[in-house]
Design a protein around this ligand. Structure first.
Ligand code: ARG
Length: 463
């Protein structure tokens, strides 16, 4: 019988080694080494469970645990460096364990398969990462809230169709993104329930005749429950799709904000200046200061949405139960997590120290347009004029002002009264941007006091 790396991995059924190119093609060790800590944690729980049901003696289990901890120590010291011949992290750990412990190491895999093992590792890893993403969302929210708190009186044009619509509080605008981030956090909290289910004990697909205690391992690993059906346990990747969809929405939110920051930093808007902390120059044009951070965030959406699509397509045609196709879930998930974390951190830094709002420019912007036209109509409505009639009158007035090249605030009282006798001297006050904003006191509206309420609530609900 040929003696080579493969014959020591596989059963005696195999006589020849893998073609080197296929060995490379098949291996996941290059990326699933990311799961090393979780693989060790899962194996430790499995070994102790086997002792609890009498499959192993307590002493054997503790020797296995010590061996697994030794692998952890070696890895921390950079001395655990599996190669392609190890195929994946699960085999790599088992091999090292056998090298350390001898024949006892060969008992670890009793009552278990790599199929339930890899699912366990991936869920443990993702659960931890979801915690990190939640913390990154909180930091991002804090950065927005700090900017909102720092500018309680500042107004900014509010847009619909990217056309000036009505002036709003800058804090109100920023708080809209805080709400999105809170929904992102709530979505993660909800889906983590489905990540936090233990597939261990499903073995290859059908369960095992070995007396195991699935509740024991699940509890030791902090899972909320076990999968009810062993086939489902080893072939479910819904949690990966759900997580990638939630991460995609995080990216959508960051990208929309990025787009606004990019516009605001342009010469056309000039609502913010970029500090040197997050902006870069041009290698050619000495005057340039570029908003690289929001541009990269906007650009990185492509890969996250792409991974979501990739996972859906990878899963959709698979018969039960485990298929090697599933190996493709890892790089996708790893990249979704890393990209989302990186983007959240970068956007938090951008709002912490990468940009400053320009209150004088914003003041000028809200005062020099017709975004107070609705308030003229509302003024007439308050005097008993039906809204549609008031709307028509003000439309005509705006048209006249545009022809003359003046603003509503430039009209003398006589002109107002020619339009409608209900106008009085307080019309000038009523259409001042500050009054226009202050008047919108409906719940969730942009009035300064309403926004302060929203801000307080947002601060209170943060952990
Ligand atoms: N490396 C594999 C994966 O990532 C581990 C599970 C392999 N199972 C198997 N029966 N080949 O999915």
């Amino acid at each position: 019988m040929a003696v080579d790396s493969t014959s020591s991995t596989w059963s005696q059924r195999f006589e020849q080694g893998l073609h080197p190119a296929i060995e490379r093609f098949n291996a996941s060790i290059g990326f699933d080494i990311t799961l090393l800590q979780e693989d060790l944690d899962g194996s430790i729980a499995h070994a102790r469970m086997l002792a609890s049901t009498g499959v192993l003696t307590a002493q054997e289990a503790e020797q296995l645990v010590a061996g697994l901890e030794q692998v952890r120590t070696e890895a921390a010291a950079g001395q655990f460096n599996p190669g392609l011949e190890d195929e994946d992290v699960h085999f790599a750990v088992e091999r090292r364990l056998i090298a350390i412990l001898g024949p006892l190491g060969k008992k670890l895999h009793t009552g278990r398969s790599r199929n339930d093992q890899v699912g366990t590792d991936l869920r443990l890893w993702l659960r931890r990462q979801i915690g990190a993403i939640d913390a990154a969302l909180v930091r991002f929210e804090r950065a927005l809230l700090t900017q909102a708190e720092a500018h309680p009186e500042v107004m900014i044009p509010g847009y619909t169709h990217l056309q000036r619509a009505q002036p709003i509080c800058l804090a109100h605008h920023l708080l809209a993104y805080v709400e999105m981030a809170e929904r992102d956090r709530a979505r993660l909290r909800d889906l983590v329930k489905r990540v936090n289910l233990c597939p261990l004990g499903a073995a290859a697909l059908a369960g095992t005749p070995v007396p195991i205690d699935r509740r024991h391992t699940a509890a030791a690993l902090g899972f909320e429950d076990v999968y009810a059906n062993s086939l489902d346990a080893v072939s479910d990747r819904d949690f990966a799709v759900e997580f990638s969809a939630a991460a995609s929405l995080v990216m959508v939110h960051l990208s929309r904000l990025s787009e606004e920051v990019i516009l605001w930093a342009s010469e056309e808007f000039r609502f913010i200046s970029l500090t040197d902390r997050c902006a870069t120059g041009s290698s050619l044009m000495p005057q340039k200061k570029n908003p690289d951070v929001p541009e990269l965030v906007r650009g990185k959406c492509g890969r996250v949405f792409g991974h979501l699509q990739g996972l859906l397509v990878m899963i959709k045609g698979l018969p039960l139960a485990y298929n090697k196709d599933f190996q493709e879930d890892k790089e996708a998930l790893f990249d979704v997590v890393r990209t989302t974390l990186d983007c959240l951190e970068a956007m938090a830094i951008l709002f912490e120290e990468g940009l400053s709002f320009r209150p004088e420019r914003l003041e000028e912007a809200v005062a020099s347009d017709f975004s107070n036209a609705t308030d003229v109509a509302d003024y007439l409505v308050a005097k008993g004029v039906p809204f549609r009639e008031a709307y028509q009158l003000v439309g005509g007035l705006v048209k006249g002002c545009l022809q003359e090249g003046i603003l509503l605030r430039d009209l003398p009282l006589e002109r107002w009264q020619q339009l409608h006798p209900a106008f009085e001297a307080d019309i000038h006050q009523a259409i001042h941007p500050r009054q226009v904003v202050a008047a919108r006191r409906s719940e969730g509206g942009t009035a300064f006091d309403q926004v302060q309420l929203q801000l307080q609530r947002a601060l209170q609900r943060l952990p």
